[in-house]
Design a protein around this ligand. Sequence first.
Ligand SMILES: Cc1cc2nc3c(=O)[nH]c(=O)nc-3n(C[C@H](O)[C@H](O)[C@H](O)COP(=O)(O)OP(=O)(O)OC[C@H]3O[C@@H](n4cnc5c(N)ncnc54)[C@H](O)[C@@H]3O)c2cc1C
Length: 410
Amino acid sequence: MPDKAQEFDVIVVGGGPGGSTCASFCSKAGLKTLLLEASKFPRDKVCGDAISGKSIGILRELGIEAEMQNILHGRVNGVLLSSPKGTLLEVPIPQTFKDRESYGYCSRRMVYDNFLFQHAKKLAVTMEEFRVTDLVREGSQVVGVKGLDLKTRQEKEFRAKMVVGADGANSVVAMKTGLHEVDPNHSCIALRAYYEGITGMKNLIEIHFLEEVLPGYFWIFPLENGLANVGVGMITHDLRKSNKKLEEALNNAIQSKLFRERFKDAKLIAPIRGWTLPFGSKHRKCYGNGFVLLGDAASLIDPFSGEGIGNAMTSGRTAARIIKQAFEAGDFSEAFLKKYDATLWQEIGPELQTSLMLQKVGRNTMLLNMIISKAAKNKHLRDLISGMLVNEVPKKTLADPLFLLKVLVS
Ligand SMILES: Cc1cc2nc3c(=O)[nH]c(=O)nc-3n(C[C@H](O)[C@H](O)[C@H](O)COP(=O)(O)OP(=O)(O)OC[C@H]3O[C@@H](n4cnc5c(N)ncnc54)[C@H](O)[C@@H]3O)c2cc1C
């Protein structure tokens, strides 16, 4: 029999970037918050480890931006792209943005997620090694969760007015509320490997549209002390259709003309691991009576860049705001929580739609060849891509068919 249920205002399931952010903001808003996590931190998460400006903005709001400097990370000063026919294009991030020094970060999730979780731990009640297995309901209202304490093997139940599903791509909360879906056209499968000793690393995020991995891409992201995150990803539907094996594609990329010399003395230092990326190119419902979903549980990953940490943290912050309003209104109904979906999609929806258009460009070999070789010669186009890296220039410009046409005929 489970113990007598403990009561909270909010239960957050999952202590990744979305859940830790949401638990921190809920606690700051004065709500008694419980954060439940199946693993024990520090824990690994399969990822490219690139942390965008969007995430840094939220760290700033949480008051921990400066502390980010103290955790292990690689500094990113720009992007290196290559086209299927092998043209290389280096685009720097502008040195300053809005009077701040601007550069990007790559930080292993073992490090970055632990940083976020430990911050949440200072504010909320946290429990690691607790796997949520089901929801507690009263009629149609979600009023808590049950699960297994993995240390004691004891079943436990916790109750709250609000349950937040931040438990990733295979979210139990999404499954138990009937909102989980894997759409092969709106998801990607990717592999990640950690290497040391790759030569020619220049603090650049490298994205290579190689023949060997098309219609996907091959990446090399710089980490601390000469380490690199290397991977390959492809839209699930494309992968099935192409009959490609991702691990084979990854090896072919490493052995390709452009890379074999750079990987000559490189050493794989951990097993290659794969995971699914649920894309936000399809708007999935993310709320109901007494609960909301965020991050990968709500399918919010950028369908062009594969970036999901920023949107997970954004949705965590937005959810906390709306949950606070639900407490003020004393209303935890689906009708009230629809506001979360509306507010979130107003904020991230247009960018996700633009990224879907860019994704289509990225799957067109001819367009990729033309744009990358034009940009290699055209400063205006390079400046545009550079501005986009700090959100100064809306991505929309680059996805605009008229703009693309002008570039191609210029
Ligand atoms: C190969 C790959 C490369 C990627 N590259 C990038 C990148 O470079 N940059 C970027 O921004 N994004 C990247 N992403 C996407 C990014 O990893 C996710 O979008 C991000 O982790 C989502 O955060 P989250 O908090 O929603 O979920 P997660 O980070 O998945 O966290 C969910 C947490 O919930 C816990 N949990 C799960 N089930 C339960 C349960 N039943 N009970 C309790 N706890 C549970 C898990 O242990 C986990 O800690 C990549 C993804 C992949 C697969």
